[in-house]
Structure formats: structure tokens, C-alpha cells
Design a protein around this ligand. Sequence first.
Ligand SMILES: Cc1cc2nc3c(=O)[nH]c(=O)nc-3n(C[C@H](O)[C@H](O)[C@H](O)COP(=O)(O)OP(=O)(O)OC[C@H]3O[C@@H](n4cnc5c(N)ncnc54)[C@H](O)[C@@H]3O)c2cc1C
Length: 300
Amino acid sequence: MNGLYEQLCRELRGRVLRDEPMSRHTTWRVGGPTDLFIEPADGEDLAVALRLLTTARCPWLTIGAGSNLLVRDGGIRGAVLHPTRLRRLEIGNGGGVRVGAGLPLMTLIRATVARGLAGLEGLAGIPGTVGGGVVMNAGAGGQQLADVVESAILLGPQGPEVWSRERLDFAYRASAVSAGQVVGEATLRLRPEDPRRLAEAFSGRMAARAAAQRVGGPNAGSVFKNPPGVSAWRLIDEAGLRGAVEGGAQVAERHSNFIVNRHGACAGDILRLIDRIREEVRRQSGVALETEIRIVGEDR
Ligand SMILES: Cc1cc2nc3c(=O)[nH]c(=O)nc-3n(C[C@H](O)[C@H](O)[C@H](O)COP(=O)(O)OP(=O)(O)OC[C@H]3O[C@@H](n4cnc5c(N)ncnc54)[C@H](O)[C@@H]3O)c2cc1C
């Protein structure tokens, strides 16, 4: 890993770190160190990083804001790519948008709402990036990215590749983009709408979120997907688990599909709570809950 680290430092213009704690890059504020943490300066830099990692047979994982990510306490063997500087934003008059994966979703939403373009205002308040949003098909308020994404540019050691929305194969909080692939950019199609109405919808969503999601500590939003026809939070509630505690992790009192890092939790605490919820909900209601959050890395 030493030789690769030195080569990356020599050839990249961006930031390269060793043994970087992932707790600094996840909204849960937990996660052990990654061997290498790479923040490319731009798309070209990212392509160089991918080439060097591929040649060295070093596995990698791409992350955005870490707002849907649980990194285990042993951390990540290999590299984490953080394309946070890919922030291009071009908004065309006809509603076409080209946007870099590292741009915060909220920056994109504010900009498109201000231009009177509809299609994203329901997602106001989601703390992720455009890249993470595409991969997860982020959604809220009756909208999801799948409704507006036309294509995405995936970057690889062989160069960029355009993936159509058909190939992206969006589903509920999922897409065909797998671990190790890198979304560099997305092209969206939004529709013109009265800017005043859009601004009201945006503020309404932000207010509703502030009320429902003030949960009292670092979290990663909804932990479980909603099974068909029922809300995960209701099943967790009915299983008597609202407020349940494992170490420093707690099922939020305010929203039982959220787990909060209350008192210096580690990933192990959160994982134990997730297992307990799944077991108890399955025992009491027969439903197998599936996680919405992505779990990566190694146990300590
Ligand atoms: C308070 C709170 C509220 C939330 N509310 C919602 C909500 O209403 N609706 C909703 O859908 N989600 C919600 N989320 C979850 C989360 O914000 C979304 O899933 C978001 O889209 C994740 O984006 P991210 O950049 O943080 O991705 P990360 O968490 O960093 O990564 C998520 C996945 O995407 C992959 N990934 C990230 N970027 C790239 C890239 N450029 N290329 C390839 N792969 C990549 C990662 O490997 C990982 O598998 C909430 C989270 C929080 C903390």
C-alpha cells in the first residue's frame, strides 16, 4: 500500500490520505479507517486514480456525503474515492441539466427551484450528493431521481461511459450502479413551473422535514426500506422498539425508522440494533425488513 500511496501522491493533483477515519465522512459519525482516501481534483485526476488503483489491483468504493452509509469499525481495506470536487452545474433554458456527482443535492435543488424548474423540489432536505442520489434513486415528497435522470456518465479505468436511464434500471432506493463503479455526472430533464409555486413547495418540504426529523443526534435517515403496503417505522413501533438502545445507539424516539448515534456509538452498536430490530419485527409480524442503508467495511 505504501508504494501505491506514494505514486498516487506524485501523480494526482487532489488529496490523498492514509488511514483516514471514515467516521469523518459519514453522517452517523462512525466507521473505522480506510487504507487510502482519495479526493481527485477533477474528472481527469479521477481517471488517473482509477488507472493506478486498477494496475495495483487495489479495490475501491466511491462515496458521496456518507448519508446512507454504515462503515464497520474495522474500516475499509483498499481505497475510498470521494469525488466531492466534481461540482459542475449547467442549467439549460429548456430544462436540461448537467450536474457533477459531487454537488450536494440541496445546491442543485435550490438552483433549479430558483430557475423555475420542477421535478426535484420534493427532495428538499436530503443531505446527500448527486452521485449518491443517482445510485440510491433518492426520493421524497412523491418525487424520485429516476423520474428526471436521462443518463449518467460512469467513469472507469477504460474511460467514461454514458449509461441511459434504461441501463441505470432504477428501482425503489436502488439502481444498477454497483460498488466500485463511479458516477461522475448526470443529465436531468426538468419541467418549467411557476417559480413562486416551486419556492412554496420547497419551503413546505423543508419545514415538514425539520419537524419530523429532529431526532437528537447523528443519523443516516431511514434505516429500512418500507416493505410493500406498510411503513417500516410502524412495524418497528408495533414491535415495541421505539427508543430501544444498544450501546451508544438508539432507535429515535421521534421516528422509529431512524437510529441515532446518541452517546459515542460505534458501528457495532448500530449493527446490533439493526439485527435486533430485524429479528423482533420478523418474530412479531412475519415481515423481513431490508436495509435501505448500505453497509460496508470490515468488523474490528
Ligand atoms: C437526515 C437524513 C434524511 C434523509 N432523507 C432521505 C429521503 O427523504 N429520501 C432518500 O431517498 N434518502 C434520504 N436519506 C438518505 C441519503 O441522504 C440518500 O440516500 C442520499 O441519496 C445518499 O447520498 P450520499 O451522497 O450521501 O451517498 P453515500 O451515503 O455516500 O453513498 C450511498 C451509496 O451510493 C454509492 N455512491 C455514492 N456516490 C457515488 C458515486 N459518485 N458513484 C458511485 N457510487 C456512489 C456509495 O458507494 C453507496 O453505496 C436521508 C439521510 C439523512 C441523514
